[in-house]
Design a binder for this molecule. Structure first.
Ligand SMILES: Cc1cc2nc3c(=O)[nH]c(=O)nc-3n(C[C@H](O)[C@H](O)[C@H](O)COP(=O)(O)OP(=O)(O)OC[C@H]3O[C@@H](n4cnc5c(N)ncnc54)[C@H](O)[C@@H]3O)c2cc1C
Length: 596
């Protein structure tokens, strides 16, 4: 079965889980209406299914190739990218003043899922451009915006994010790339960056590198980082392309997955200095970079849902065809494997996790829109805190979901899953990176516990828990048999989250090891409770629709029940593990040291 973009599920989640339609109705987006939003997402789905998805296999098999400083993307990518840009997809959220559509971020993240489900290797390019657009929009000078923003928004040029160096990955304080003032308001950048996604390629005419570097008199650590814009080609005053800048690609990595996406070693300034322009203020580069990284983090979270959905579609189709063993349903001959309870468990787990991850990403995306557009300062501030709190969960929970779901998808295929021709293995290989880049998931968990839980003295986390409790109460009130024990099990998951949150608050001392030892478990617990609440909300909406005569969504009630009874039940165990602190880790030297 060919992959198709999950447009109907995305629209349902945006409307009923994340409340996008309600936000539209209350005028959050001016005169935008829900029909326009739906038509944009439907069109993105059509484009992705017809134009991008067929390139997924060739992207994996051929991959991006490097020769003499140039990178060729796989056959068909350049043409597809040009069609994608010509259709305006690079500018979904960008301001109409720069040629964008000015649509909500939530609509763009819906599109992000659609591009990534079709081909993650392709979609990484737009993801990086999106971050560059955000950073320039927020921090670029008028002059920089006039030259670069319009071309990024039109997709004629693409963006690259250049942070990582061999000694500076999770810890950007170690960045060594240097910048010098040229004396005329411009700068020269010198250094090497590694792992730069789409740092070099042949799909667009110019590449706008946003590079973190350090000025000679900069303070140590992250407070001494500045952000610079260094284009591949310099730009003439009339906007036409000038000579090559001193920016070159020294090679691309050979890696586990996303083969189509070139992961570049970039050299800046080894022939005299790369011409560069400051974005934001000197030594305040990290603030500007965070605009790019926050958007990219949610985008990467969305990749988890996207790749999970693709793996699910393929596994389901296989499970309906493949016959082995006799199920309890009987019948002549062997049964389709979908009839075996253990295969049903795998498929339902896949579907439940994907929809939970999607729901969490959509909640975060709508909160981003509210933080920018809500009428009152208080509402914007509360939404901003919600974004801050949910972003690490959206990133890490969803990318772990992508990984787990892709692995389950392979398992559903049995031995055929392990064979490359089947395609299931590609999803697993592609999904794996998302838990590592844009802040490894362990680092996201630390961010959640250290910086996000204390927001407003814990009020942001308390609001989130109160929201989950309201959903549990509604489940209990409805008493619909199809929900089974959802209210009880989800209620227990929220209790567990509340216990763990209280523990984390107290355990965050000066070293905080007893909190940090449980940070990843805490993030997972948060994802389970919030994901379960998202599915319950979808199930409640499905019940309402059924009461109005629309029975088509009833499966969502069963999915909410499956999540609550089979997945959210891990929550009390996670809480217990968190509350046990760091004691079990302390003898790690002795445990890890091999005995003769
Ligand atoms: C395919 C690919 C594409 C990429 N694209 C880009 C890009 O476009 N631009 C860019 O700048 N970078 C990019 N990266 C780099 C990526 O963001 C880094 O690999 C990532 O941030 C992790 O850094 P690291 O690899 O140095 O791992 P490390 O920082 O060495 O981390 C190793 C492990 O230690 C853990 N760890 C590290 N510090 C701590 C801590 N303080 N507490 C607890 N645990 C910790 C991490 O969670 C991880 O599990 C890309 C990487 C890859 C592989």
């Amino acid at each position: 079965m060919a992959y198709r973009s999950p447009v109907a599920d995305i629209l349902f989640s945006l409307k009923y889980v994340a409340g996008l339609d309600e936000a539209i109705e209350t005028g959050l987006f001016g005169d935008l209406d829900a029909e326009t939003v739906a038509s944009v997402i439907v069109e993105a789905g059509r484009f992705a299914t017809e134009v991008i998805a067929p390139l997924n296999r060739v992207g994996d098999r051929v991959g991006a190739t490097y020769q003499n400083g140039a990178v060729a993307t796989p056959p068909g990518f350049r043409d597809a990218y040009r069609r994608w840009a010509a259709a305006g997809w690079a500018g979904v959220t960008a301001s109409p003043a720069y040629g964008g559509m000015g649509l909500p971020h939530s609509v763009n993240f819906a599109c992000t899922e659609i591009w990534n489900g079709a081909s993650m290797g392709f979609a990484l390019c737009p993801l990086l451009s999106e971050g560059a657009i955000g950073a320039l929009n927020a921090y670029g000078s008028e002059a920089l915006r006039a030259i670069y923003l319009r071309r990024l928004v039109s997709g004629e040029w693409t963006g690259a994010m250049a942070l990582t160096e061999p000694q500076a990955g999770s810890d950007l304080a170690a960045v060594k790339t240097r910048a010098e003032r040229a004396g005329d308001g411009t700068y020269r950048v010198f250094g090497q960056k590694i792992f730069i996604t789409y740092g070099e390629h042949d799909m667009a005419d110019n590449i706008v590198h946003l590079v973190l570097a350090r000025l000679p008199d900069a303070p140590e650590g992250t407070r001494g980082l500045s952000l610079f814009l260094a284009p591949k080609f310099l730009v003439n005053p009339d906007g036409s392309l000038g000579p090559r800048n001193d920016v070159r690609c020294a090679g691309v990595e050979h890696k586990l997955g996303v083969h189509a996406s070139p992961t570049c070693v970039m050299i800046y300034g080894d022939a005299g200095g790369a011409f560069a322009w400051l974005v934001g203020e000197e030594n305040r580069g990290l603030a500007a970079m965070f605009v790019m990284m926050n958007s990219a983090r949610l985008g990467v979270g969305v990749q988890g849902a996207a790749i999970g959905e693709r793996a699910l579609q393929q596994a389901l189709s296989y499970a309906r065809e493949r016959r082995q063993g006799r199920s309890s349903r009987g019948g002549a001959g062997m049964s389709p494997i979908v009839e075996h309870p253990d295969v049903q468990r795998m498929l339902l787990t896949m579907k439940a996790l994907v929809q939970a991850a999607r729901g969490i990403c959509h909640l975060t995306a709508v909160a981003i829109d509210r933080s920018a557009r809500a009428p009152s300062v208080q509402e914007r501030a509360a939404a901003g805190e919600r974004v801050a709190l949910l972003t690490p969960i959206a990133k890490a929970f969803s990318t772990d979901v992508g990984d787990r779901v892709a692995s389950l998808g392979l398992q559903v295929h049995g031995g055929m899953g392990y064979i490359e021709e089947t395609g299931a293995a590609q999803h697993l290989r592609d999904a794996r990176i998302a838990a590592i880049y844009e802040g490894a998931n362990g680092v996201q968990a630390i961010d959640l516990v250290r910086r996000k839980l204390p927001l407003s003295g814990g009020a942001a986390a308390a609001r989130e828990i109160a929201g989950m409790r309201a959903i549990v109460a509604e489940l209990a009130k409805r008493g619909e048999a199809g929900f089974g024990a959802s209210a009880e099990r989800l209620g227990e998951a929220v209790d567990a989250l509340e216990r763990a949150t209280a523990y984390m608050r107290d355990a965050l001392g000066p070293d905080g090891d007893s909190a940090l030892a449980g940070a990843s478990a805490y993030l997972k617990l948060s994802g389970l409770a919030l994901g379960g609440a998202c599915l319950a909300k979808a199930g409640l909406a499905a019940q309402d629709l059924a009461a109005q005569g629309d029975e088509t969504q009833r499966g969502r009630i069963g999915l909410a029940r499956f999540f609550a009874e089979k997945l959210a039940t891990a929550a009390p165990g996670l809480a217990r593990s968190i509350l046990s602190g760091a004691g079990a880790l302390e003898p790690y030297e002795a445990i890890l040291t091999e005995t003769a």
